[in-house]
Every structure is written in C-alpha cells, then in structure tokens.
Design a binder for this molecule. Structure first.
Ligand SMILES: [Zn+2]
Ligand SMILES: [Zn+2]
Length: 223
C-alpha cells in the first residue's frame, strides 16, 4: 500500500539498542596495541607518553646566578662578579638577609595551584675579598601539600638589598638601626628551609640553638 510512506516501523528502543551496540563477541582481543610485543614490530606508538606527573624541578636552596644580570645593571653593580662556588670559607663576609617574593606550588596536590607571598625569603649572602659574591635563597613549603614551592623573586628588591648589604660590608656606608631592614611576619618557621637549617632571622631560638653548626657562622647581623 502507498500508505507505507512512513519510512519505517516505529523504532523500538530495543531494536535500536541492539543494532547500535555491535558489541563483538570477540572481547578477548585487548584494546592495547602494544600487546604483540613478541613479534618484533618496528612500529612505535605515535603518541609519546608524557610523564603522568609533570614534575617540576623544585630547588630547595636556589642559587641566585640567574639574577646576576639584574645586579650588574644597578649602579655600581658591575663591580661584582657572581661565583656559584663561593662558600663561607675565606669570604670577606657572609650573612642572611630576607628577600621578597612569592612561591608557587603547581600543580598542588590539593589545589590546581597554590601561591603565597613572603617578605621573609631567607637568603644567604656571601661576599669575597675580590668582590665575587653568591646568594642562595631558601624555599618554603606549601601549606596545602607540604611540597616546596617555586620561588618567584622580587628581583628589584633583591638587587637593592644585596647592593645595600655589600656597601655596608665593604665599609661604604654606616650601619643603620638594626630594625630598619627587618621584616615582620607572618612567617611559618615550620615551612621555611632557612628555619629548618637554623639560619633564618625568623627562626625560633630553640631551633637555632639546636643547630650550632649554623649558629656559629651566622650570628650578629648588622644592617
Ligand atoms: Zn601545594
Ligand atoms: Zn624562616
């Protein structure tokens, strides 16, 4: 009859479901293509596997070499040369200063990204008699996941403080009232690498006393 212009019998859900899901009975073939490793197939998987955890190399004690260029651009900065191997041995002077910056924990285990600012980035400064110098920043741990964050330094302030400190150490200026340069908290000592080492200006007395190795070398700072 002509009335059959309606294309098809009303589709029953069941029939559709059956026809669509052509689930082959041969479920035994695994979907993983790398299964046939017995036959030496030269084919490599096209997509190179990314490491599952994008591991960022977080340094706990960060050498300041990359900021030397900024220091050279400052007035008088070209008098100094960076020496990443400089140690306290034979130095004209070495001490701790607090730098400013922020730390980024990314990816953070409990958040996409966690950042926090700090005016107390514990930083060791070394200056030799030849005006070679070195600076080492001590990282801080993320409150959320307890991993160390990556430092994003306030470079301008860093340069200013380093130059100012070196001027003092070289006798080019008079010392100021100690508090003039001191940063106030908040500072979570339990998350600061400098505090852990017992050298941080904000570290508590007990910790410092328990770490006499550093105590003997980092004492009596004048600003
Ligand atoms: Zn984190
Ligand atoms: Zn500290």
């Amino acid at each position: 009859m002509t009335t059959d212009s309606t294309e098809a019998p009303p589709p029953t859900d069941k029939s559709q479901g059956v026809t669509q899901s052509k689930t082959p009975k041969t479920l035994k073939t695994p979907q993983v293509p790398k299964a046939p490793k017995s036959s030496n197939t030269p084919k490599k998987p096209k997509t190179p596997k990314k490491p599952k955890t994008p591991k960022v190399d977080i340094e706990i004690e960060i050498d300041a070499a990359e900021h030397h260029d900024a220091l050279v651009r400052a007035e008088g900065g070209d008098e100094y040369k960076y020496d990443p191997k400089l140690t306290a041995e034979g130095c004209r002077k070495h001490d701790v200063r607090n730098m400013s910056g922020r730390f980024v924990c990314s990816p953070c285990k409990y958040k996409k990204q966690n950042t926090w600012g700090s005016g107390i980035v514990c930083t060791e400064l070394f200056l030799s008699r030849n005006n070679t110098y070195r600076a080492v920043f001590n990282a801080q741990k993320c409150k959320k996941c307890d991993q160390y964050g990556k430092l994003e330094l306030d470079v301008d302030k860093y340069v200013e403080k380093v130059m100012d400190t070196f001027a003092l150490w070289r006798g080019l200026r008079e010392p100021r009232v100690p508090d003039s340069h001191a940063s106030t908290g908040p500072h979570d000592s339990s998350r600061c690498r400098g505090c852990e080492k017992g050298i941080c200006t904000m570290g508590n007395i007990n910790r410092r006393n328990s770490n006499s190795k550093y105590l003997s070398t980092f004492i009596r700072r004048s600003y």
